[in-house]
Design a protein around this ligand. Structure first.
Ligand SMILES: Cc1cc2nc3c(=O)[nH]c(=O)nc-3n(C[C@H](O)[C@H](O)[C@H](O)COP(=O)(O)OP(=O)(O)OC[C@H]3O[C@@H](n4cnc5c(N)ncnc54)[C@H](O)[C@@H]3O)c2cc1C
Length: 439
């Protein structure tokens, strides 16, 4: 008999794993505390790590729906760096394996992807908050907030950066707070608006560097215009799926420098949405009118703040009947657009290893050990890259470097280069427990 697998968390990684395991005939129960969705991000940049994993995990109809509701192909699928007047400073390919084929992986709306990943899983997904687990010989039980438990052969923690399973299993992993905060919002992209905007704003993923760069002043932009209207895509590929309608938008992600928020008297950890909008507006003062317009049109009701946190990598641990994937084991700042892609890749890798040892005997733990080794080998180097400035923003052209030096001031740049040898971030990362921030 195939093993019974319990999954804590129905985000991107947990749902994708549930899809793959049910296709392989496993008996799966997934516990999710928030079935109606949160505000955590609009647009997810996709690369071939995540896209190939979706192809392996999803039934063909749902995979086609993902492809056709993804962002329409930009003229350049690149990470583009611009100055505040939209002159090019540099460009580099996105990370991940080659992204090829007629329908390349571009970007998805997060909630749409979650709706696609949930399709057909109504008998698998349960509304419940997980608090911990108990090992019971060859079995494992997940503990739920209402006092009940559920038993299985394997428990997978896919419950994000604050995973209660990880805190119990690997308490030595520290959650680090970089001190950086990013404000996210979205600006409407009707055809009329899109026509007035500079073409380079529609390249793969755009980061604008400001003269306050050294205090972490950057604004990230990512357009989302689906390849096909949602209704047409569901009717054609998966009529059983209902997708919430989404109007095209430009995602805005602003790392507003401390000098700006201090001047405005705003504490980003407690700021109201009206203050988030005020901070974003102040950041782009004097920038190219296209960017100012995008910020002006972004409704404050859509704005939220994200703390840039990550989990410290640790040496290998003994494998057993509890394992982890995605942010629960390698949460990282979103600077490389990699976290969701890696959660999907983990899910595909774990489903593949488990499918090779489908029953509940000792081969199951060997399959988990093989997965964990491969997951660490691939994901930890990307996590390390995401937490260094050099990893997140390499790829300037020589002309771009001259423009950047003019923008920021050559002396400041030289000073910063020296400082960067010593620290990864302008503010040194601190364990969340010591930083006074909410865990
Ligand atoms: C603003 C922003 C932009 C981003 N952009 C990108 C991008 O462009 N590309 C990219 O690849 N990545 C991006 N990321 C990172 C990406 O969102 C995460 O890496 C990804 O969501 C991780 O997936 P996951 O399934 O591991 O965790 P999550 O998506 O966080 O899912 C965890 C799930 O577990 C549930 N849960 C938590 N605790 C419990 C509990 N106790 N009991 C039951 N359920 C629980 C949560 O409700 C949630 O549904 C971005 C992140 C942010 C914040």
């Amino acid at each position: 008999m195939n093993a019974q697998v319990l999954i804590s968390g129905g985000g991107i990684g947990g749902l994708a794993l549930a899809q793959g395991l049910t296709r392989h005939g496993f008996d799966v129960r997934l516990f999710e505390r928030n079935l109606t969705g949160g505000n955590a991000g609009y647009r997810l940049h996709m690369n071939a790590d995540g896209g190939n994993a979706l192809q392996a995990l999803l039934p063909p109809d749902l995979y086609q729906l993902y492809q056709h509701t993804s962002r329409a192909d930009p003229r350049r699928e690149q990470f583009l760096m611009l100055d505040e007047q939209l002159r090019t400073l540099g460009a580099r390919p996105h990370i991940g394996p080659p992204n090829v084929g007629a329908l390349r992986h571009t970007a998805v709306h997060r909630w749409t992807l979650r709706q696609i990943l949930s399709a057909g899983l109504s008998n698998v997904i349960e509304a419940a908050t997980v608090t911990g687990y108990e090992e019971r010989g060859d079995r494992v039980a997940v503990l739920l907030e209402d006092g009940s438990t559920a038993e299985g052969d394997l428990l997978v923690a896919a419950d994000g950066v604050n995973s209660p399973i990880r805190r119990q299993m690997l308490p030595q992993i520290r959650t680090m707070d970089t001190g950086l905060r990013a404000i996210y919002g979205r600006s409407p992209l009707t055809d009329d608006i899109a026509q007035t905007l500079q073409g380079q704003l529609f390249d793969g993923f755009v980061v604008i560097f400001s003269r306050l760069l050294l205090d972490n002043g950057v604004l990230a932009l990512g357009a989302f215009q689906p390849r096909m209207p949602y209704q047409e895509a569901t009717a054609r590929f998966a009529p059983q799926v209902e997708l919430s309608p989404i109007e095209p938008y430009m995602m805005l992600g602003a790392s507003v420098p401390r000098v700006v928020t201090d001047r405005l008297g705003i504490d980003l950890d407690t700021a109201a949405q009206s203050d988030l909008r005020r901070a974003m507006r102040a950041q782009v003062e004097g920038w190219h009118p296209d960017v100012v317009g995008l910020v002006e049109r972004a409704p404050e009701s859509d704005m939220f703040v994200t703390a840039m946190r990550y989990l410290e990598p640790i040496p290998p641990w003994p494998s057993g009947r509890v394992t982890l994937l995605g942010d629960a084991i390698h949460a990282m700042p979103p600077s490389l657009g990699a976290g969701a892609n890696l959660a999907l890749r983990d899910a595909a890798l774990l489903a593949e290893r488990l499918a090779e040892a489908p029953d509940s005997g000792p081969a199951l733990v060997r399959a988990v050990a093989a997965y964990e080794q491969q997951m660490r080998d691939y994901d930890y180097p990307i996590l390390r890259k995401a937490i260094t400035r050099e990893g997140a923003a390499s790829g300037f052209t020589p002309l771009g470097l001259i423009r950047l030096a003019r923008l920021v001031g050559p002396v400041n740049l030289a000073r910063k280069a020296l400082e960067d040898r010593r620290a990864s971030f302008a503010t040194s990362p601190r364990p969340v427990e010591e930083s006074g921030a909410q865990p």
